[in-house]
Design a protein around this ligand. Structure first.
Ligand code: SAM
Length: 358
């Protein structure tokens, strides 16, 4: 039996096709099946806004929560999530791969977004600490020198916003860019704009590695696509369907405590969603890898944080049942996930970029 979110309450009915068409990730979330599972673990710092959005997960392959498992979703502790994401960035070529894409392809993609405009409006959804946002902005500046850019950021993590602000404060050449941060989720932004009866349009919108965390992927894409100006683009980056993430999650996603997460989704899932919505898009594959060698050193702090990030599980090394941990560790070394070179284990972190036309 599957579980789903209907009209504000969890139901045990199978809702696999709820998001068919423009919708649905490959693996699904578990419901919050009891008051106990709603309680935050000690030290949890999760934003109510973020948790609220994540609780509304609408995914097609849902499975009941295992009440016996002590495992908790990493998203139940936003601070640890951000910590593990930072270790992931240090150990992977994630941002380098994206940067290469920005250098090679972005100039063509933004070639006409600002034609005839005195101001260019850019919306970053889940902008994190702004590393990629600033790269994108510098390309827009280079294409449209002297033009004012309004860069709005939707980001629910206070910590990420403060890192983003520090980065902006330390950067040079941002004079003609006006930054506005909205400490909220994508869903809250949409609700607020609807309540205020506003439909601000944008010349470039990007969602880089954030669609995993919305409650309804098709609806989110539909909403932000509806905000595009006539020459604009919507850029989405997700893990690739050919990555180790796909292999790991296809096999072990149902064993991870996804009660807080929406869907595991990869770039391979998007064409089906976009085709059924009649949207035009281009796809790019970006090679990337992550050194996960430290995951195999018992007690290594970075290794533990990486394992949390890989499994989206809070303290996976300490809370996973021994047999699951053994199998996951074995899977992580397998060729479907990783390559072993010079005694190091490199996880396949390849990425998929989808650029959607207005
Ligand atoms: C994997 S990080 C990616 C950050 C940045 N885009 C990058 O690639 O470096 C995901 C970001 O999305 C944010 N996020 C999580 N849930 C979100 C939601 N529902 N709406 C918008 N952003 C969200 C997180 O706080 C986090 O900063």
């Amino acid at each position: 039996m599957g579980w789903g979110w209907v009209g504000g309450a969890w139901t045990g009915r199978w809702l696999g096709r709820k998001v068919a068409g423009l919708g649905g990730g490959r693996l699904g979330a578990q419901p919050r099946s009891s008051a106990a599972s709603l309680a935050q673990p000690p030290g949890a710092q999760s934003s109510p806004a973020l948790r609220g959005e994540l609780q509304g997960a609408a995914c097609p392959f849902l499975h009941p929560a295992s009440m016996a498992s002590p495992m908790r979703s990493l998203m139940a502790d936003l601070d640890r999530y951000v910590q593990s994401f930072r270790v992931f960035l240090e150990k992977s070529t994630e941002h380098q791969s994206m940067q290469e894409f920005v250098e090679r392809h972005l100039p063509d993609l933004i070639a006409s977004i600002g034609n005839g405009k005195s101001t260019i409006n850019v919306l970053s959804v889940g902008g994190g600490a702004g590393e990629m946002d600033l790269q994108i902005l510098s390309k827009i500046q280079a294409r449209y020198p002297g033009v004012t850019i309004n860069n709005d950021v939707i980001e629910p993590s206070a910590d990420q916003i403060s890192k983003y602000k520090e980065r902006v404060a330390q950067a040079s050449n941002l004079e003609n860019i006006k930054f506005t941060w909205h400490k909220e989720t994508a869903n809250e932004y949409e609700s607020r704009m609807n309540a205020e009866k506003k439909t601000k349009k944008w010349d470039f919108i990007h969602m880089i590695q954030m669609l995993y965390y919305v409650k309804d992927i098709p609806a989110t894409i539909r909403y932000f696509h509806s905000l595009l100006e006539s020459q604009a683009k919507l850029l989405i980056i997700l893990v690739s369907g050919k990555s180790g993430w796909e292999t790991l999650w296809k096999k072990y996603g149902p064993s991870f405590p996804l009660e807080d997460l929406c869907c595991y989704v990869s770039s391979a899932d998007l064409p089906r969603m976009l085709d059924s919505a009649g949207l035009k898009y281009q796809l790019y594959e970006l090679p990337s890898h992550m050194d996960i060698t430290s995951c195999f050193s018992e007690g290594d702090k970075d290794g533990e944080l990486l394992l949390d990030f890989l499994t989206e599980t809070l303290e996976f090394a300490k809370t996973a049942p021994p047999e699951l941990k053994r199998q996951v560790m074995e899977e992580l070394r397998n060729p479907g996930c990783s390559e072993i070179r010079d005694g190091k284990v490199f996880f396949n972190n390849s990425l998929g970029v989808i650029v959607i036309e207005p």
